[in-house]
Structure formats: structure tokens, C-alpha cells
Design a protein around this ligand. Sequence first.
Ligand code: UD1
Length: 429
Amino acid sequence: MDRIRIRGGNQLSGTIPISGAKNAALPLMIASLLTDKTLTLRNVPRLADVNLLLRIIRNHGADMSMDGKRAGGDTLAGETVHLTAAEIVDTVAPYQLVSKMRASFWVLGPLLGRCHEARVSLPGGCAIGTRPVDLYLMALEKLGAGISLDGGYVVAKAPGGLVGNRIVFPKVSVGATHTALMAAVLAKGETVIENAAREPEVADVAECLVKMGARIEGIGSSTLTISGVDRLHGATHDVLPDRIETGTYAIAAAMTGGDVLLKGARPDQLDAFQQVMREAGIDIKACDEGMRIKRNGSRLLPISVETRPYPGFPTDLQAQLMGLMTKADGVSTIRETIFENRFMHVQELARLGADITLQGDTALVKGVDRLVGAEVMATDLRASVSLVIAGLVAEGDTILNRVYHLDRGFETLETKLANCGADVERLSD
Ligand code: UD1
């Protein structure tokens, strides 16, 4: 199994290209199941999660092709993927595939919308809290689906097709919003989704669905109004840049000091994050090419933050921010309000010398003068990259085990960091 070795101490300087967003690419690929025509997605990141979802989509009958690499092409550029689900040959999403990635559960919406039935295994994915699916099922029931559970599978049926309705989410859920939206575009009549997730990735999917012929109003807001259509057609869509990858490299740059341009980043989607970084004393700015981060010797100031649905501070950057605050000049308070049990990185950061106390959903992070390299273990996707961030300033070698968590969501992480001067390499057994 691959490991990553990081020798701390180097400043990051240079340019890091930002990849397409994993959290947009996955639901966009799933949207291809809604039409018998071709959906072409550009700027798809090369990630283990993308490859796994391709397997799941092909299992339902979609054909997939990818544009080949051109000589002299940018090796870090995203891929162009053509997906054609001319016929859905199987409405079952099996346990063996769905259990590996939670987002694959989202095929439920399009399968039900197009085929009026689906049998989808209950999901797996990152072990961060219990992550139930009650909101997904509530939304689909509102659209007229009959739902039952059978042997670890959700069985959903709407023999006469789905019918539009008002769906009010009691809690903001990205996945439940994607699912309700993708189910509603082919339902009869009007659906109104209230308290919808406003994450930019939800808006990106909605914009792609509109290109495919869907009728959606309120994109980017918490109320989505969908007028169902009989069928969708093909389209071409560019996956938006990954704001979590952007924030992660911004934190890495802030941690080491130096000057990094995050090329292609969308700073307008990271307002809350930028505010927190500025409070920490980081020079962070939007620029024509993306976003620029500098810290030249200035102190890292402690912060107080809590995670919130978009436009709040993202839970997917909580672990990385905690990594940064291990070196701040004082005590930071980081409260996790989205997922319980999303603090598994705390114990691993402690192995590097971090001083963190947990009080329920809040972590008190007391900055330390020195982190010292050690062998650590990746526990989930975002947690693992917080260890990389700490490793970049730890004295000596940090060895990160279970790198497959990282490969699920970060494209060529070690190359991107090494190109900016980090001493990092992948060790393959
Ligand atoms: C998505 C993102 C993930 C991010 C999360 C929150 C993808 C592929 N994943 O995950 O990276 O961390 O949004 O921004 O886009 N909940 C329920 N019942 C449900 C569904 C969710 O109680 O039926 C709860 C969850 O347990 C959690 C909260 O709602 O406490 C938010 O979860 P949700 O937004 O659904 O996360 P995901 O869509 O799984």
C-alpha cells in the first residue's frame, strides 16, 4: 500500500493548478443517467472516487469514453469524459460498489426519475458520523415514490412516474438536495425544494441540468423551483474548480510561509474561508488568474470558527484549518456543527506534537512551537490532508499511511506540492 513521506521545513512558492471539483464531478456524472443522449463533462479530476463512480454508472448501462492525451498536453489538466446512458440495463446499485463511496447512493434520484424504480444499497464512504439517509427518502416519498428497505437496500418505486410536490428539508443536506433535484427534473408538474443546499457544486449541477433541458429557477438560492419535463437531452459542461482543494493548498501555503498562486481558483466561492485566513494574519487575495496566498514571516494568529453549510465555513476544510492552527500563536476554537465524530485527525496530529483538547463538538487548539515528524495514519479524506499540512512544517520525516483516503479526493497532491518546493514523495511498496 502506498505511503507518503514528507520532510518538513520548506516554504511553498510557485503556482498550483486547481483541479475540477470532486463534489461537482460526481453528481454531474450521475446526472448522465437522466438522458439517453451524451453528456460531455470537461475538467473532470483524475481521482479514485471518479473511477469508482464510472464503474457504478457503467453497471447501469452507461457507455463511457475519454478524450486521449495529446502530445505536449498539460499532465495536470482535467479529463474530458463522454457518458451515454442510451438504455438503463440495470436499476440495481449493488452493495459491493455503493459501500465504497457514499455519493454513489445519489444514483437513486435519476434512476427513479427515469425508470420509475431503483434498488440501491445503503451507502458507505468516509467514517465521519452516522450520516443517515432519512432526508433523501423523505424527499422521494414527497415526489410519490413508495420506499421500503430490503436486505440493506433501499427499494424505491413510482410505477406511474414521480409527481412534483413541495419538499421542505428540516436540515441542509447536499446529497439530499442533489437527489431531490435530479428526481424532480423528470417528475410531472412543479416541485419546490425549500432549505436546499446552496453549495456551489449544487448550483453547478443545476446549471448542467438546465443545459440538458431541465427547467429550474432559484439556482444558487435555498429555494429551487423545478418544472418537470418529459425528457432531457445531451450537453457539454465544464466542472467548476474545486474550492476545497483551493482552500487546502491555501492553508498549506500559509503553514509553510511563502507565496503561492492557486491558478483557476474561484475566490468568490470561498468568502468565509478567506475571512478566517485574514483573521489568522494571512495575506490572501483574489487575482486575475485565481487566488494568491502569502505569508512572509508574519505570526499566525489564533482564530475562532464554526463549520456551517455554504456560504459558511466548510466542514471539508475544518481538519486542514486545525492543522494550521497547531502552529498559531495562542489558542484557537474550532467547532464542528455538520458532522459528529469528524475529529479523527486530532489523535494523529497529536502524534506530531499538536496540543488539542476536545470538548464535545469543539476543539481547543493550543499552538505549539515545534511539530516533530512521525508515522501517522490517514483516517478520512480531509483528515489525511491535514496531516500532510502539519508534516510540511514538522521537523524530520512524517510518513502518512493509508494514502488511499487521499487519492479519493486530491489529484496528484505530491506532485503539486513538490512543484512548489515541498520535500514530499510517494513510497510504493
Ligand atoms: C457532501 C459532500 C461532503 C461534505 C458534506 C457537507 C459530496 C460528494 N460530499 O456530503 O464532502 O462534507 O456535503 O458539506 O459532495 N443528514 C441527515 N439525513 C440525511 C442526509 C444528511 O441527517 O438524509 C445529515 C448528515 O448526517 C450531516 C448533514 O446532514 O450531519 C449534512 O450532510 P450532507 O450535506 O448530506 O453531506 P453529504 O451530501 O453526504
